[in-house]
Structures are given as structure tokens and as C-alpha cells.
Ligand binder design. Structure first.
Ligand SMILES: [Fe+2]
Ligand SMILES: [Zn+2]
Length: 372
């Protein structure tokens, strides 16, 4: 049925999966898929909105899921059902489907070669990393520099920091932080001393023959969520009081001052930075200091409680992946009586989500053809 009518309202009703969806006229103009408004080769927007009559419709035709709108400017916008569907897929992208956890079993292990080969194993690995913020690859070749090869195979570009691109962690009397000793490392996130710390980290154990030195991870988002439910006034301190973090070496410096927990505009937890060893003093005269410290103590009590951690041993060939804005990592003290060598580097968690979307068919390689 062809239903042509002058626009009576500023929305067009569209049926999507059996549901009535009111589409804003202005939205329909903004997203016009035609190859005058978009560069055909890339689907990028060419049209720049701005003229007063850009959004004034003079007629609207709807037929079997398609929509055709003539605008006062003379421009014609046509949507096929497939193009409307594609716009809806974009709206639903970049949403993490997370499963928060408090303690539990060892992180799930995946075979390095199978994941690097792609296919369902790659999708399962990425899905686990997105959901739980932690996963392990086993059978990673114990070759220095391998972690860079593995990341290239996974299509995950490295994020560089002030230290080496691939960073060696072993006992080093000249090392600039506690990781270069045999001391235990309480749960922490790396480089909270950047305003935007690396959001992904991979720790590749090449060899681990020492006694002790078991690994642990803890879900910072779960810790913050528990505090939010049980002591909301303390949670408020974590999202509002900026804290300085500093990491430095003999010739490099990094320093950022940010709250420990970061929220998205709708209040969801999207960022967590925590490093007791790198934290700097806040002003003792800060009127929030006492309440903030209560929050920090409650948070630290949660994070350091073994009941809330997942503990395991990283053997040679294991590569631990963590969401750096969510899952904290640490290790127990070890006796440096044998070889222990780990290499780690950073990546951007956005690339994990985008790679997963592409494998799931949510990210289209080409634009949906314009309606004719
Ligand atoms: Fe670390
Ligand atoms: Zn157009």
C-alpha cells in the first residue's frame, strides 16, 4: 500500500521486528543514506547540515517498510528496509555485555594457535574477554617478542606508554617499580598515571620456574558495584574525588589526577583505576579527605580479600589478557631461585569490541546500497 501524505507530525512510524518505532524526521534527514549525502566509496557523511529548510519535509511516502521523504530544499531521502535496519544495528553497537564476578575459578583458558587462526575460537575468546574482562591463551610460544606477533595475529594494535613497547618483567636491581622485585604485587591497574590509562593489557609468561609468584585478578567494577549498593556515600567519593597517580623512571615521568571510578552519562561504571603503590597524596586539608579515605579503605578491603579474587598460576606459554579499565592484576611474592620472565604490553579495549563486532557481522565492510 502506498501511503503518501503531507507530514502531520515530526515523527514517522516504522515497524521494526513487529514493534512500532517512531522515527524522528530530523533523524531521518541526518542519516540520509543517499550518495549525494554520503561518499559512495566509504559511506562517510558528505552532507553538512545547517540550512533552515534542511529539515522541513513537504511529503512522506511509506510503502512496505520503505520510506521516501521530499524536503523543502528539494532533496529526496529514500530508505529501504535494509538501510533502516543497518542504522538500527549501529545504534546498538559499542555496548558491552558484561558479566561481573566476585572471586571464583581460574580465568578461562583458550588455545593460542586456535584463537590466532580465527573462526569460532577467536570469537569465543573475544566474547569472554568482553564479558568477564579476563581470559588466558595457553600454548603461546615462549619466545621473547612473541607477544607482539600474537597481538598482530589477533588484529589488536599495541598502545605505547613511556616504557618499552614490549616491557620485560623480571627481577632487575635497576628496575623502576615494584614489579622488578620479587615482592608480592597487590591488585592494581597499570598506568593510572595517564588520564586515559591503557584499556587493555596482555601479560605473557615466557618461563616461570620460581617458587611462589602465583597470579591473581579481581573485578574492579564488581568491587565498585558492591560499594555502590552497600555504602552509596562512599561510592560518591570514588567517582568525585580526584586522586593523583605517578609512575616514573630515571628519565621519564607520568602523572594524572582523576577519580578512581569513572561513570558513563547514564551512571554505568566504565572506568576503574587503582594502584596503592603509585597513588600520591591528596591535600590533607581537602574537606573530602576523611570520607574519601573511608571509601578507599572499604575498596581496598574488598580488592585484597582473597575471597573476591581469582587466583591461578601463569606457566610458561600462558598469556593473561585483562580489560585494563576494569580488572586488576597482581601476584604473590616469589623466591627468585629460578627463571621467571614475563613480557607485557598494552592495547586498546575498543579494538577488542570492534573486532568482535566485525566477526559477528555487526560492522559492515561496505555501506548498504542506496535505495534507487
Ligand atoms: Fe602491573
Ligand atoms: Zn541524501
Amino acid at each position: 500500500m502506498n501511503n503518501s501524505a503531507p507530514p502531520a507530525a515530526n515523527v514517522v512510524d516504522w515497524t521494526h521486528n513487529g514493534d512500532r518505532v517512531p522515527l524522528s524526521l530530523r533523524w531521518l534527514r541526518m542519516e540520509c543514506p543517499c550518495f549525494s549525502c554520503r561518499v559512495e566509496q566509504t559511506s562517510e557523511r558528505r552532507w553538512i547540515p545547517g540550512r533552515a529548510d534542511d529539515f522541513v519535509a513537504t511529503s512522506i511516502d511509506q510503502s512496505e517498510g520503505s520510506i521516501e521523504i521530499v524536503w523543502a530544499s528539494g532533496h529526496v531521502t529514500k530508505y529501504s528496509p535494509a538501510q533502516l535496519q543497518a542504522s538500527f544495528e549501529v545504534v546498538n553497537r559499542a555496548k558491552l555485555d558484561t558479566h561481573l564476578w566476585g572471586g571464583g575459578d581460574e580465568p578461562t583458558r583458550f588455545d593460542h594457535d586456535a584463537v590466532c587462526a580465527g573462526g569460532p575460537d577467536r570469537m569465543d575468546f573475544l566474547a569472554m574477554l568482553l564479558s568477564e574482562g579476563v581470559a588466558i591463551l595457553t600454548g603461546t610460544p615462549s619466545i621473547p617478542g612473541q607477544v607482539e606477533v600474537t597481538m598482530a595475529a589477533l588484529g589488536l594494535p599495541l598502545r605505547e606508554t613511556f616504557s618499552e613497547r614490549v616491557h620485560d618483567v623480571r627481577v632487575d636491581p635497576a628496575g623502576y617499580n615494584i614489579a622488578h622485585t620479587a615482592e608480592g604485587l597487590p591488585p592494581h591497574s597499570d598506568y593510572p598515571s595517564y588520564t586515559h590509562p591503557p584499556s587493555g593489557q596482555v601479560l605473557h609468561m615466557l618461563e616461570n620456574d620460581c617458587e611462589g609468584g602465583d597470579s591473581l585478578v579481581v573485578d574492579g567494577w564488581q568491587a565498585a558495584s558492591v560499594l555502590r549498593e552497600t555504602a552509596s556515600h562512599l561510592f560518591e567519593m570514588l567517582i568525585s574525588v580526584p586522586v593523583g597517580f605517578r609512575q616514573y623512571s630515571s628519565d621519564r615521568e607520568s602523572f594524572a589526577r582523576q577519580p578512581i571510578v569513572r561513570l558513563d552519562p547514564s551512571g554505568g561504571i566504565i572506568g576503574f583505576r587503582y594502584s596503592n603503590q603509585l597513588m600520591q597524596p591528596i591535600a590533607p586539608t581537602d574537606p573530602d579527605f576523611e570520607d574519601w579515605l573511608d571509601a578507599y579503605l572499604a575498596l581496598t578491603d574488598y580488592l585484597t580479600n582473597p575471597a573476591n579474587q581469582r587466583r591461578f598460576r601463569l606457566d610458561g606459554g600462558d598469556a593473561l589478557f585483562v580489560h585494563g579499565h576494569r580488572v586488576l592484576h597482581g601476584r604473590s611474592q616469589y623466591i627468585p631461585n629460578a627463571a621467571r620472565h614475563l613480557q607485557d604490553c598494552y592495547f586498546d579495549f575498543d579494538d577488542v569490541l570492534a573486532t568482535s563486532d566485525r566477526l559477528r557481522g555487526l560492522a559492515r565492510a561496505k555501506p548498504v546500497a542506496a535505495a534507487s
